[in-house]
Design a protein around this ligand. Structure first.
Ligand code: SAM
Ligand code: SF4
Length: 326
């Protein structure tokens, strides 16, 4: 078991498979972003080696993210290797779903268990404006393919941005009347060069909730309003699925955080919104022993920051979201 100095059991690792993406969402990255040279990113064998170390230290829950994880070359075989690593109890992916029409079934067969799909609006023009490059029908096809492949339960994520999609929260929430999906609304967080835009255009979870209730009626708390992972869940009258709010900015859930992140260039980042990272890939390539690498991970876990500093205007500047993986 990997305990931090506050007694939290850190057992959930989000792994960024690549910093590259086939979209350029306005809340995530600048359009002219420069990606890292591929040689700086973890290769398949390096990733599988590190994964094994994490499982030996008690990590059992893994989420693949990015950038866009599905654009990584050989992603199906990589997922197969991960799914067959002893100690991997949960393996899921966060994706924009553009490539799921082709990849959902092979990924499920390789051992992927679930997907979270990002979809910020049901309006094709607004979708294009938010993602800069995307086409909404591809996402809807991807969700259908994920459902058909049994990547369940389907969870959908929407980042809400003032002036872009705050009118879309009610139509998105209404999806849960017809489908057994979890529709989660995320408060936009600030990172690096995009921080000023992100901070000025935040819509709070309370504002989202008010809009949904005004349009669709009351949201009843699920499980007494307890946190489900990072989301607080509610249900519309007669709904089949749940509506969730991830209020990292206005109501942080740091006290119950059990996660760490491995960036595509092999840095272990202990808090999404803090710059502190420990390099694992460079020592691995330099021939560090298994025990030395485990020592680096244990020390990083121990030093996991208590929480983020947004309330004091401390914004991480060393990376944008797509490099860390959400
Ligand atoms: N490309 C995949 C996708 O979009 O689902 C995975 C990577 S993306 C960085 C992971 C999650 O982070 C997505 O749900 C995305 O909406 C969310 N995200 C991106 N930028 C964000 C920001 N500034 N604040 C909050 N969430 C953000
Ligand atoms: Fe790409 Fe996901 Fe970032 Fe959008 S949120 S630019 S899909 S990594």
């Amino acid at each position: 078991m990997a305990l931090d100095r506050f007694g939290r059991n850190i057992h959930y690792l989000r792994i960024s498979l690549t910093d590259r993406c086939n979209l350029r969402c306005v809340y995530c990255m600048p359009e002219d972003i420069q990606f890292r040279p591929r040689a700086e990113l973890m290769q398949d064998d390096e990733l599988l080696y590190l994964l094994r170390l994490f499982t030996e230290l008690g990590f059992d829950k893994f989420r693949l993210t990015g950038g866009e994880p599905t654009v990584r070359a050989n992603v199906v075989e990589l997922v197969r290797g991960m799914a067959h690593t002893p100690g991997v109890r949960s393996l899921s992916m966060t994706t924009n779903a553009l490539l799921l029409r082709q990849l959902a079934a092979p990924l499920a067969a390789a051992g992927l268990q679930r997907v979270n799909v990002s979809i910020d609006t049901l309006n094709p023009a607004r979708f294009k404006r938010l993602t800069r490059w995307g086409a909404l029908p591809d996402v809807l096809d991807g969700i259908a393919a994920a459902e058909a492949a049994g990547l369940l339960p389907i969870k959908l994520n929407a980042v809400v941005v003032r002036g872009y999609n705050e009118d879309d929260v009610a139509p998105l929430a209404a999806l849960t009347r017809e489908h057994p999906w979890q529709m989660r609304f995320i408060e936009m967080m600030p990172f690096g060069g995009v921080a000023e835009f992100q901070q000025s255009q935040v819509v709070t979870a309370q504002q989202m909730r008010d809009r949904i209730e005004a349009a669709l009626g009351p949201l009843a708390p699920v499980d007494g309003g307890k946190l489900d992972g990072e989301a607080r869940l509610y249900r519309l009258a007669g709904g089949q699925g749940d509506v969730g709010f991830i209020s990292s900015v206005t109501e942080p859930f740091c006290a119950s955080c059990t996660r760490a992140r491995l960036t595509a260039d092999g840095k272990l980042r202990m808090c999404l919104l803090r710059e502190y990272e420990v390099d694992l890939l460079t020592p691995l390539r330099a021939g560090a022993t298994l025990d030395e690498l485990k020592g680096l991970i244990t020390e990083a876990v121990h030093r996991k920051p208590w929480g983020h500093g947004l309330a004091h205007n401390v914004v991480p500047m060393n990376r944008v979201m797509s490099e860390i993986g959400g």
